[in-house]
Design a protein around this ligand. Structure first.
Ligand code: ASP
Length: 323
């Protein structure tokens, strides 16, 4: 009886300390460069997330490099006080298979807050490429073996995974050029310094629409419905049977973040993902906002674990490792 009274009193005390959380700005670390697709999702989300966080500013800190593992590592070691979060993507699940010495434990060092959205990818190229469709691209790749540059955001990035699977599927090796994110990679693609890139529609839609890049295919099994992307064939229908890469984003906090803060962030996330403006902006870029059970922290953690087991063997088979 006495013990349970003490326990109840302790819980009330913890609850009241956190009743006004957050009382200062919250920072979301984006593990890629500003202006890229992960950054765009984070900035859009930050605007609506703050409504559920006492209207405190939700700031974005870009910590690009090493395919997202530098930023994720920074959050894994951050003070777990509810003021530092991580917005990451499928790289959470691919990096354990790619790095021999990952500076964090993906499943143990984070609190899982929930999934945000799913985003398809597109295979795009510089406008000066002589190919105008996927069949012509394959002919150009065959004719230029050994000279092809493929941009990505480093080992562990979505663009790395997609590019890796594409090279395996077409059976042509390309020289990969890593950047701190696909925003700077896009700058070089626009300038013609690199030939190809596979990247999220959240970064490529407007460039495709304005004709600043050539678009060859989408990476999903079904064609997309977003107007600028609807006429693109799938890689699956273009001869790479079964090619299917769609990425997702999730929100995380350092392990040990107190439950009242996690509950408040999760509630804010659920409300943010119902925001009609946020949904509209995401849909215009080909992304689908998550509205189902995958928003639950435990479900998202199970999903990430399944993704680690799904992509790990493909990555190991490709023999790609970094220290
Ligand atoms: N699209 C990038 C990737 O390949 C990341 C980024 O710059 O947002 O993972």
């Amino acid at each position: 009886m006495k013990t349970s009274l003490i326990a109840t009193a302790a819980l009330v005390a913890v609850g009241s300390v956190w009743a006004d959380y957050p009382e200062k700005p919250v920072t979301i670390v984006v593990p890629f460069a500003a202006g890229g697709p992960t950054d765009k999702v984070a900035r859009d989300l930050a605007e609506v997330l703050r409504k559920g966080l006492n209207n405190q500013p939700v700031l974005i800190e870009n910590v690009g490099g090493a395919g997202g593992t530098l930023g994720a590592g920074k959050v894994a070691k951050a003070n777990p006080d509810g003021h530092t979060l991580l917005l990451h993507h499928i790289g959470m699940a691919t990096s354990p298979g790619l790095y021999r010495n990952l500076p964090f434990k993906t499943l143990d060092d984070f609190e899982y807050l929930g999934m945000v959205n799913e985003v398809p990818m597109t295979l795009i190229g510089r406008t000066t490429l002589p190919a105008n469709n996927y069949a012509e691209l394959v002919k150009w790749l065959e004719a230029n073996k050994g000279k092809i540059n493929l941009a990505n955001a480093g080992l562990g990035a979505a663009s790395h995974l997609c590019g890796l699977l594409f090279q395996q599927s077409v059976k042509i090796d390309m020289t990969t050029v890593p950047y701190k994110g696909t925003a700077p990679a896009m700058t070089d693609l626009l300038g013609g310094q690199v030939d190809l890139m596979c990247d999220q529609t959240t970064n490529t839609t407007s460039q495709i629409e304005s004709g600043k890049v050539k678009a060859f295919a989408v990476t999903t099994l079904k064609p997309l419905t977003t107007p600028a992307l609807a006429k693109l064939p799938t890689l699956d229908a273009s001869g790479l049977k079964g090619f299917n890469v769609s990425i997702w984003h999730g929100l995380y906090a350092p392990k040990g973040t107190p439950k009242p803060a996690l509950d408040k962030i999760n509630a804010a996330l659920r409300n943010a993902l119902k925001d009609p403006e946020f949904i509209k902006r995401q849909e215009a870029l080909g992304a689908v906002v998550v509205t189902d059970g995958r928003l639950a922290p435990a479900e998202h953690k199970k999903f990430v674990e399944a993704e680690i087991n799904k992509w790990g063997p493909a990555i190991k088979a490709a023999g790609q490792y970094a220290d």
